[in-house]
Design a protein around this ligand. Structure first.
Ligand code: DAU
Length: 337
């Protein structure tokens, strides 16, 4: 049996990836290490219980002893553990450097010592910075423009240095805007959906012209699996779609799908340093045989339906004091300054 350590495996993409591996790799044992910070949630793995192939460890990737314990006997490490929300990184940058950079440092050291056979660092298309035209290829310069993106770019460079210096078999994936089940409702699509379900305004930043290319989480998981199986160590792989949708249109589509009044779309002050477009050339991962299975309409419908049918999951989160105080700071107070 192979053994895989999935750090951040109780978060959004991490938990979907754990589910994917348990279903698609019957010979793989999965160890999840997760600090269960505000966006990590054991409920995200509820339906994965009852198998001896899954072991859960509650702990922080910055804690060397915990990491050693989790990584011992493991062939493959996939690191999802990170603070991931750009707006929070603007409010509090240092809380991103700690896990996103220093945490990766601890993981890489352990992986080197324990001679892990594959180390995949899950990164983001935000490392390329704002892309007004054309499509980013993996050899483009990294030019992150917000603290979150910079912390992820730093982590990539560190991981890459372990490949060059120590020969650690490092792989990097740079994912686009991922959506689907279990996404914490601070990110734009689940925020819009859950606000619409509660007849609250959908806050669109600036004039709503910034675009993102949306990718369904299961497609993101299959891409990571593909890179683990056939990627070349030392390489980065873009993972995305070309379904470019503006914030304005996304809000409109959500309201239409849920049959809510168009007047709920509300324009609010823009994000500072807002990257107005990311766009990926995915030729490299396509050459490994990967394609996204879902088109934009299907991924939107599926995501909306999931939130419609999982109200207790998101209502509990939205009622937490942490979520409410973040919401106040990000939307109510920022709007007034
Ligand atoms: O591109 C990959 C990245 O996608 C990931 O690395 C990040 O972890 C993830 O958070 C996401 O970053 P974005 O900043 O693109 O996602 P977010 O959902 O925050 O915003 C998407 C777009 O929607 C962006 O143009 C800002 C806009 N937006 C966002 C929020 C939260 C709004 O108009 N209103 C909002 O309330």
């Amino acid at each position: 049996m192979d053994a895989m350590l999935v750090t951040g495996g109780a978060g959004f993409i991490g938990s979907n990836f754990v589910r994917y591996v348990l279903n698609c790799r019957p010979d793989t044992q999965v160890v999840v290490l997760d600090a269960l910070t505000y966006a990590g949630n054991l409920a995200n793995l509820e339906d994965c219980g009852g198998t001896e192939r899954l072991r859960f460890i509650h702990g922080d990737i910055r804690d060397r002893d915990t990491v050693d314990d989790a990584m011992r006997g493991v062939d493959t490490v996939v690191n999802f553990a990170a603070e991931s929300h750009v707006d929070r990184s603007i409010l509090d940058p240092s809380s991103f450097i700690e896990p996103n950079y220093n945490g990766v440092c601890v993981l890489l050291e352990a992986a080197r010592r324990l001679e892990v056979q594959r180390f995949l660092q899950v990164s983001t298309d935000e490392v390329y910075g704002h892309v007004p035209a054309g499509f980013s290829v993996e050899s483009d310069a990294l030019a992150p423009r917000n603290p979150y993106a910079a912390s992820k770019a730093g982590a990539e460079l560190l991981a890459q240095s372990y490949y060059t210096t120590y020969g650690l078999p490092v792989l990097i994936t740079r994912g686009g805007n991922t959506v689907g089940p279990y996404q914490y409702p601070e990110k734009v699509l689940p925020l819009f959906i859950t606000n619409a379900l509660e007849y609250k305004p959908l806050p669109v930043y600036g004039d709503g012209s910034a675009v993102r290319s949306y990718l369904y989480v299961e497609d993101h998981c299959s891409a990571i699996d593909r890179v683990l199986r056939s990627g070349e160590p030392g390489n980065a792989y873009n993972v995305g779609t070309n379904y470019e949708v503006s914030g304005r249109d996304l809000a409109g589509r959500v309201l239409e799908t849920l049959d809510r009044p168009a007047a709920l779309r509300e324009f609010v002050p823009d994000r500072s340093g807002h990257d107005l477009r990311y766009a990926l050339d995915c030729g490299r991962i396509r050459a490994l045989g990967w394609r996204p299975a879902l088109d934009f309409d299907t991924l939107l419908d599926r995501t909306v339906q999931w939130y419609v049918t999982h109200r207790p999951w998101w209502r509990e989160i939205r009622n937490e004091s942490g979520f409410r105080s973040y919401y106040r700071k990000q939307y109510d107070e920022r709007g007034q300054s």
